[in-house]
Ligand binder design. Structure first.
Ligand code: GDP
Ligand code: MG
Length: 858
C-alpha cells in the first residue's frame, strides 16, 4: 500500500494544501498537517466523498443507491436511515453526524468506500491506477473547491446537528423530567432506547435530525475550526468508517472494523471527552442570558435548544432551576443546584447565639371602620407616653411603643387587615397579639369578621376590646354573642378569649386592657436576644426627598445600631441615621422597639426581614440573590396554591390542606358551600375554609389568600379592582361559580385527580353602566362603557352590583348609536337592553360570558 504526503498529493491534484486538508477532514480522513501520510485507500475515500458531493455516480450498487436516496438529500430522510443503524456504532455515528449529516453524498460514501475498498487496495499497487485516482481526485477536488463557501455553510449545519446530538443524549437521561413531551421526542426515545443500553451518550438520530431541522446555520463557521486542531480529523475518519458499517449493514460494518478495529474503539471512548464539561451553578432562577454566559455560549443557542424542547423563551426570561439543569445537561455540562438557603445560612448563624431575655409584646389593633381603633391608640399613647413629647410631631411611623405600669407594649398601626396580612404573606410574624376592636353599639360588622379571620389565619391570640361602652345604646353582650358565632368565645363563657369593655372616649377599662395584654404576653413567654447583630422586620418604607429611603423597622432581636450594615429584603445599606417613633435621633435600639432607619439602597416591602450583616459585600450578595430568588419563591408559592396541582402533590404522599377563601352573594350560600366543602376533606387533604363571607372579593380577601396559600372561590360574586390586581400579581388561583354543584364537583375533581369538568364559564367582556334611560317601547336601556374584553350580543350575561351577581339572563338589544350590533369592543360605549330585567342602575356592571368546552388535561 503506497502512502503519499498530503503536500505531495495536493500538488498532484492541484489543490492548495489547506483546501485539501479541509476536504479530507470533511471526508472524515484523518490527517494532521501537510506532512501527514495518506494511503491510497484514503485517497479513494476522498474521491468518493468528492464525487458524492457533486452527484457523480460512478460507484455503488443500485440497491445502495436506493438506500442512499431514501436517506440523503434532506435532514428528514437522514433520520430515517439513522434509525436503522446498529447500536454499537452509535457513538461514532455522532461524530459522523458532526461531519456529514445534512449531505446526501455522505450517506453514499460508505457504500462506495466499502465496496471499493478491497478493490482500491489491489489497485493501489499499480502506479497506473494510482495516477488515475490522483487524476480523479484532482478533478473532483477542483470542482469541490468552487463550492467552498457552500460547503462551509453546510459544515456549520452539520456541526450544529452534532452539537444537538450530544445534548440530546443527556435529554434522554432526563426523559422523565421533561414535561412537555413532544411527539418528536417520544419517537426519538423509542428509537434510542436500545442504543442507550450500549452507548449511553448516543442520541437518537431522529432527535438530532428533528433538532437540526429547526435550526439553520447562521454563520459559515467551519466545523474544523473548533474541533479539528485536536481531533477533528480523527473523529472524522472514525465516523466515516463506522458509518459505513452502521448504516449499511452489519456485514460492512464488520468488514470495516476488521480492517481497522483500533480506530473505532479508540474513538468510541474518546467521544465523551469532546465536550468540556463544566460545573454550572444555578440559583433558584436564572435568566436565559446569564445561563448562556455561564456556559460560554450564545443565548441564541439556549433559545434554540429550548425551542427544540418545546418552549419559546427570550433572553431575559427566567428559567426555574429544573429547566435550567435539564438545559445544562443538554449542553453536556453539569448543573450544580444552589440551595435556596445556602447563601443565607451563614447570615442566620450570626444571629443565633446569645442569651435570651424577655421582650415586649407587639400588638396589632384591628376592627371595623369607625369602631374606635385610632381613638383607642390615641388614648393609650397620650395617656401613657411618659414624657408627652409626641404631640404635634408628624407620625410617619406605623409602630410605636408605650411604657405601661406592667411593662412596655409595642403597637403596630397597620392601615387595614390587608396590610397586616400582606406583611404576613412575606413571612413576617411581626405580631404577637391582635386586639379586635368592636363598638358595643354597632356589634360585629364585616370588617370585624375579617379581622377575626386574619388573626386566626395568623395564629395569634386575640383580645377583644369592646369599645364605646360609655354610649347609652352599647350592648356588650350582643358583641359576645356575635363573636361567639365566629368561634371567638369569651372566657366567662368557657372560651379562651378575653373580652375587655373599654371606652376610648373616657378611658374606662383601658388599664385593664393593657393588663390583659401584659398577662397574655407573659403567658407567651416572649423572648429575644437583646444584644448582638440585630434582626427585625420592615413595617413600612418610603422615599423621602431630603433624606432618601426611610424604612420603619421593628427590631425583633439583637441590638440595632447606627453604622450597622443591614440587609432588608432585597435592599441593603449602612444605617446613616436612626430615629425613634417620635423622630428623635437614637444610637441603638433593642428587641420590640420600632425605629426609622436611613441609608438603605431602596425601599423594601413591608414584611421584609431585616438583618445586620458583617460586611457590605455579603449584604450586596444576599440582596442580589434575593432579587433573583424572590420571583421563584413567589412562583413556588403560587404553584403550591393551585387547585390543579392538588392531586399531583397528594401523590407525593403529602397530607395537606386545601385552603379556601370563599365569598358568596348571600349568607345562605356561604354556609351551604362552606359546609359542603369541609365535608370533602379526606385523609390526604383537609379542606380548610380560611375565611368566608358575603359580598365581592376585596383586597383583604386576596391578601389573605396570598398569605394562606389559599384558592379563592367567588360564588355569584366578583373580585373588585384592587383584589384583581393582587390576584393577578400574586397569581392567586381564583374560581368563579354560579352553581354550587359545580364547586363541589370541581374541588372533588382536583382532589381526586379525576377528569376535569368539561365545561367552564369564561368571562368574555365586562361593561360598566354609566346611565340608564327608560324607553316606553324597550324598557330600561343601560348606557354602558365596555371596560374589558368584548360584549357579544348573543352570549349570556350577568348583571353585577358591587361585585355581586344580581341577575342572570341575556341581552335584549346591543346598540352602538342607533344601530344594532353583534359585538362591542373594550373602550367603546354602547346601549344595552337586558331581557326581562329593568332594574339596571348606574354603577352596575354587565358581564358577558360563554360556556366553553374545556380540554381535559388529566
Ligand atoms: P377607627 O375608624 O376604628 O379608627 O375609629 P375612630 O377611632 O376614628 O373612631 C370613630 C368615631 O368613634 C370617632 O368619632 C370617635 O370619636 C368615636 N369613638 C371612638 N371611640 C369611642 C368611645 O369609646 N366612645 C365614644 N362615645 N365614641 C368613640
Ligand atoms: Mg381610624
Amino acid at each position: 500500500m503506497s502512502e503519499t504526503k498530503v503536500a505531495q498529493f495536493a500538488e498532484t491534484v492541484g489543490t492548495p494544501v489547506e483546501r485539501l486538508i479541509e476536504q479530507m477532514h470533511s471526508a472524515g480522513i484523518k490527517v494532521e498537517n501537510s506532512e501527514s501520510l495518506i494511503s491510497d485507500e484514503q485517497k479513494q475515500e476522498l474521491l468518493n466523498y468528492l464525487r458524492d458531493k457533486h452527484g457523480s455516480v460512478s460507484k455503488a450498487s443500485p440497491n445502495k443507491i436506493t438506500l442512499k436516496r431514501k436517506t440523503t438529500s434532506e435532514l428528514t430522510s437522514a433520520s430515517g436511515s439513522g434509525a436503522s443503524k446498529s447500536s454499537s456504532r452509535v457513538k461514532v455515528e455522532i461524530r459522523k453526524k458532526r461531519t456529514y449529516v445534512k449531505r446526501s453524498s455522505l450517506d453514499e460514501t460508505p457504500n462506495t468506500a466499502d465496496a471499493e475498498l478491497l478493490e482500491a487496495r489491489r489497485v493501489a499497487q499499480e502506479t497506473k491506477a494510482q495516477q488515475d485516482l490522483d487524476d480523479k481526485v484532482k478533478h473532483e477536488s477542483a470542482l469541490e473547491s468552487k463550492k467552498a463557501d457552500e460547503l462551509a455553510k453546510e459544515e456549520e449545519a452539520k456541526k450544529r446537528v452534532a452539537e444537538i446530538a450530544a445534548q440530546e443524549k443527556t435529554q434522554q437521561q432526563k426523559q422523565d423530567k421533561i414535561k412537555e413531551t413532544r411527539e418528536i421526542e417520544q419517537l426519538a426515545r423509542k428509537q434510542t432506547k436500545p442504543i442507550l443500553k450500549e452507548a449511553p451518550r448516543a442520541p437518537s438520530p431522529d432527535e438530532k435530525i428533528a433538532a437540526a431541522k429547526k435550526r439553520h446555520p447562521d454563520k459559515p463557521k467551519k466545523f474544523t475550526s473548533k474541533d479539528a486542531p485536536k481531533k477533528g480529523s480523527n473523529t472524522g475518519a472514525a465516523g466515516n468508517k463506522s458509518r459505513k458499517g452502521g448504516r449499511f449493514g452489519n456485514n460492512r460494518g464488520k468488514k470495516k472494523r476488521f480492517n481497522d478495529p483500533d480506530i473505532e474503539t479508540r474513538h468510541v471512548f474518546e467521544m465523551p471527552t469532546e465536550v468540556k464539561v463544566i460545573d454550572v451553578a444555578i440559583p433558584e432562577t436564572i435568566k436565559v442570558g446569564d445561563l448562556a454566559q455561564k456556559m460560554s455560549v450564545k443565548a441564541g443557542e439556549i433559545i434554540k435548544i429550548m425551542m427544540n424542547m418545546g418552549s419559546m423563551v427570550t433572553i431575559n426570561q427566567m428559567l426555574d432551576q429544573e429547566t435550567a439543569s435539564i438545559l445544562i445537561e443538554e449542553m453536556g455540562h453539569k448543573p450544580v443546584l444552589m440551595k435556596e438557603e445556602e447563601i443565607e445560612e451563614n447570615l442566620m448563624e450570626e444571629h443565633l447565639d446569645g442569651e435570651k431575655a424577655p421582650r415586649a409584646p407587639v400588638v396589632t389593633i384591628m376592627g371595623h371602620v369607625d369602631h374606635g381603633k385610632t381613638s383607642l391608640l390615641d388614648y393609650i399613647r397620650e395617656a401613657k407616653v411618659a414624657d408627652g413629647e409626641a404631640g404635634g410631631i408628624t407620625q410617619h411611623i406605623g409602630a410605636y411603643h408605650v411604657e405601661t405600669g406592667k411593662g412596655m407594649i409595642t403597637f403596630l398601626d397597620t392601615p387595614g387587615h390587608a396590610a397586616f396580612t400582606s406583611m404576613r404573606s412575606r413571612g413576617a410574624n411581626a405580631t404577637d397579639i391582635v386586639i379586635v376592636v368592636v363598638a358595643a353599639d354597632d356589634g360585629v360588622m364585616p370588617q370585624t369578621k375579617e379581622a377575626v379571620q386574619h388573626a386566626k389565619a395568623a395564629n395569634v391570640p386575640i383580645i377583644v376590646a369592646v369599645n364605646k361602652i360609655d354610649k347609652e345604646d352599647s350592648d356588650p353582650e350582643r358583641v359576645k354573642n356575635e363573636l361567639s358565632a365566629l368561634d371567638v368565645i369569651p372566657e366567662d363563657w368557657g372560651g379562651d378569649v378575653m373580652f375587655m369593655p373599654v371606652s376610648a372616649k373616657t378611658g374606662q377599662g383601658i388599664d385593664d386592657l393593657l393588663d390583659a395584654i401584659s398577662v397574655t404576653a407573659e403567658m407567651m413567654e416572649l423572648e429575644a436576644i437583646p444584644n448582638g447583630p440585630a434582626k427585625g422586620v420592615v413595617i413600612e418604607s418610603r422615599l423621602d426627598k431630603g433624606r432618601g429611603t426611610v424604612a420603619t423597622v421593628l427590631i425583633q432581636g439583637g441590638l440595632l445600631s447606627k453604622g450597622d450594615m443591614v440587609i432588608a429584603g432585597q435592599d441593603y445599606g449602612r444605617i446613616r441615621a436612626m430615629m425613634d417613633e417620635n423622630g428623635k435621633i437614637i444610637k441603638s435600639a433593642g428587641p420590640s422597639i420600632p425605629v426609622e432607619i436611613l441609608g438603605l439602597s431602596g425601599t423594601p416591602t413591608a414584611g421584609s426581614e431585616v438583618l445586620v450583616v458583617k460586611n457590605e459585600r455579603k449584604a450586596r450578595e444576599v440582596a442580589l440573590f434575593r432579587q433573583g430568588k424572590y420571583r421563584d419563591v413567589k412562583l413556588a408559592r403560587q404553584q403550591a396554591a393551585k387547585l390543579e396541582n392538588m392531586f399531583s402533590k397528594m401523590e407525593n404522599g403529602h397530607v395537606q390542606n386545601l385552603n379556601i377563601v370563599l365569598k358568596a352573594d348571600v349568607q345562605g350560600s356561604v354556609e351551604a358551600i362552606s359546609d359542603a366543602l369541609k365535608k370533602l376533606s379526606t385523609d390526604e387533604i383537609k379542606v380548610v375554609i380560611v375565611s368566608d363571607g358575603v359580598g365581592g372579593i376585596n383586597e383583604s380577601d386576596a391578601q389573605l389568600a396570598v398569605a394562606s396559600n389559599a384558592i379563592v372561590i367567588g360564588f355569584n360574586v366578583r373580585a373588585d379592582a384592587s383584589a384583581k390586581r393582587i390576584i393577578e400579581n400574586e397569581a392567586v388561583d381564583l374560581h368563579y361559580y354560579s352553581v354550587i354543584y359545580d364547586i363541589i364537583d370541581e374541588i372533588t375533581t382536583a382532589m381526586t385527580g379525576m377528569l376535569a369538568p368539561e365545561f367552564k364559564d369564561v368571562i368574555m367582556g365586562l361593561a360598566e353602566v354609566r346611565d340608564v334611560f327608560r324607553s316606553p317601547k324597550l324598557g330600561a336601556i343601560a348606557g354602558c362603557m365596555v371596560i374589558d374584553g368584548t360584549l357579544k350580543r348573543s352570549s349570556p350575561i350577568r348583571v353585577l352590583r358591587e361585585n355581586v351577581v344580581i341577575y342572570e339572563g341575556e341581552l335584549e338589544s346591543l346598540r352602538r348609536f342607533k344601530d344594532d350590533v353583534q359585538e362591542v369592543k373594550s373602550g367603546l360605549e354602547c346601549g344595552i337592553g337586558v331581557k326581562n330585567y329593568n332594574d339596571v342602575k348606574p354603577g352596575d356592571q354587565i358581564e358577558v360570558y360563554e360556556r366553553v368546552q374545556v380540554k381535559r388535561t388529566l
